[in-house]
Design a binder for this molecule. Sequence first.
Ligand SMILES: C[S@@+](CC[C@H](N)C(=O)[O-])C[C@H]1O[C@@H](n2cnc3c(N)ncnc32)[C@H](O)[C@@H]1O
Length: 640
Amino acid sequence: MPKAKKRPKPVVAHHAKGGTVPLEGVTKQNGRHKQHTGKATCSLELAGRQKPKQKQEQHAGKKTAAAKSSGDGPVLKRTLKTHRSEDGTAVLRCKAVAARQAASAVKLLVAGDAQGTQGRSIKSLTLAPHITSKKATHAIVCQTMKFYLILLEVIKQAGLVESISGLKAGSVPEATNIPVANSSGGPPTKVLCPYNMLVIVYELLLGQGLHSSGGGMGPAEKVVLKHKDRLKATLQQMIQKHGVKDAQGLLPKGRGDFMGVPHPRSVRVNPLRAGRTVEAVVQLLRSETLPKEWKGVSKATHDACRQVTQDPLLPDVLLLPPGTDMHNHPHVIEGSLVLQSRASCMPAHALQPKPGWTCVDCCAAPGNKTTHVAALMQGKGRIIAFDKDPSRLRRLQATAQLAGAVDVIDARCQDVLSLDPASPEFAQVQGVILDPSCSGSGTVFTRMDHLLPSIQRRQQQQLQQHNQEQQHQENAETSGEGDSSEEGLSDNDRDMTEDDGQGKDSDTHEQHHSMEGLEEGLGPADLERVRHLANFQTRALRHALCFPALERLVYSTCSVHKEENEEVVRAVLEQAQAAGFDLVDPFPSWPFRGLPLFPGSEKLVRTDAFRDGTDGFFVAVFARVKKDKKEGSKKKKARK
Ligand SMILES: C[S@@+](CC[C@H](N)C(=O)[O-])C[C@H]1O[C@@H](n2cnc3c(N)ncnc32)[C@H](O)[C@@H]1O
């Protein structure tokens, strides 16, 4: 029977330059929110602090929390039902908490998008441990982001605020507050958080609606409520002007019914904690009835666990129905199961590490692959895990602790390019994982980055361009001008055709989708960014191939761009071959291969977000096939 476990205690990591880094914040699940002693209120700004009792109410309500991540319409309906208390205050508080959390997530997403970093995904922001109403928060964020441009337009056209420049992608607001227009025409007298306002306007126009509980409202809510008729009328005018049925019709074509790709939920069995075989874990999940104290596990999750299957390719990976919420499952909390995508489990298997090996994980945080390698090595051997980002290294340490792999993993805060592979301390390194920073384009749809303003804007522009081109062609046809289909292809179409090298015949439809908004949408800025990343990836790969005793190296990305994948491999292949390595096929039964850009690319592995039930991913394995000529002759000389 699983017992409720405490979260791991803070740990300490080595810092290359400065000794140790205290890892406070690793376990900030509890105690993050101070308690609020004021009156219950529906104010989004003021209702953020919770009493423990109200936390419990929320927790119990998780089971049926609204918030279908993929649905439209009033996302908080069921949350409201489950949290109903006699005077209705708990209902309003829960809604307010979810909305407040959603507003901060929207703010971070928009800021990251405007800076071009795309660092945090909707999922990571809304499913983080400190988020109390995960499903509701996730749903509000998805919906607000989906209608982001429309909501901005409504706010602007309704003249609600004097300036919304802070909300435009490309200019992250320095201050989060914006002045509110004074209805009497005088200077602005109030300020409000634009992201709160966006979420509230979403709720008013497209969600559950707003309910005033009397006093205690925050400024954003007050403003929105005051101008609600104007906002509603503005949206109606926009709908009429565009001749569409509803707000959904205002979305770029195809976006209305698309809210991510439903992948099976994959979990990896961690034998270092599970203490039983994968088959035994499958049996346990199918039959287990969790004790009542595990309130965080819903009936839906219980039922889903009964349908668990083993992945046909990766023996320690289990598959559950899409959307299964395993975050609060006891086996996840105690580290026996690790929430990890199928594709992300490929590199460790591709490495085929043996117990007792010494390995290096070059870009290791947050440590999913490091701990997977540790598990495959049965906790015997050593993994030196590098990451140059101290806060991410802290996450790696926490991951290692949860996975029961701290004794095996030596975490170091260091730029991998600054280490010397010829140093005696690396003389035994046999396995290397290189999973460097990449564009993440393969995870766009699972991360739901397609909801980010920059991508929505780009799609809008492409759609407009496409419509104009179509109009132009129709006009030309009517006026009798001919046009060959080849000439009719746009540069983007041509790029797509050239890049579309795999599974062309059987997978045209999926290929089309998987490229949509990715290769097709690589504008000059994106291309610049991808090339910059590819430059680092190539240098890191060259560097990582220099460990003298290296047997096997796995290079992986969650990108679909050939610049970060096949072209990186091609750039180092000659040097690798001269050093005695060659590409080998880690998964001969896997049908989907690298783009055919050079001989040997058939040994490369690709996964596709629309075809393979996981993220878009790339894996290349270099294995030593013969001794480095120079090394060999040195050794011969030494023997003589
Ligand atoms: C894609 S993530 C790695 C994910 C990790 N392999 C996992 O499975 O959990 C890339 C990581 O590389 C780190 N990184 C980027 N450049 C680096 C460098 N020059 N040296 C070391 N780490 C680096 C980033 O901080 C980031 O944590």
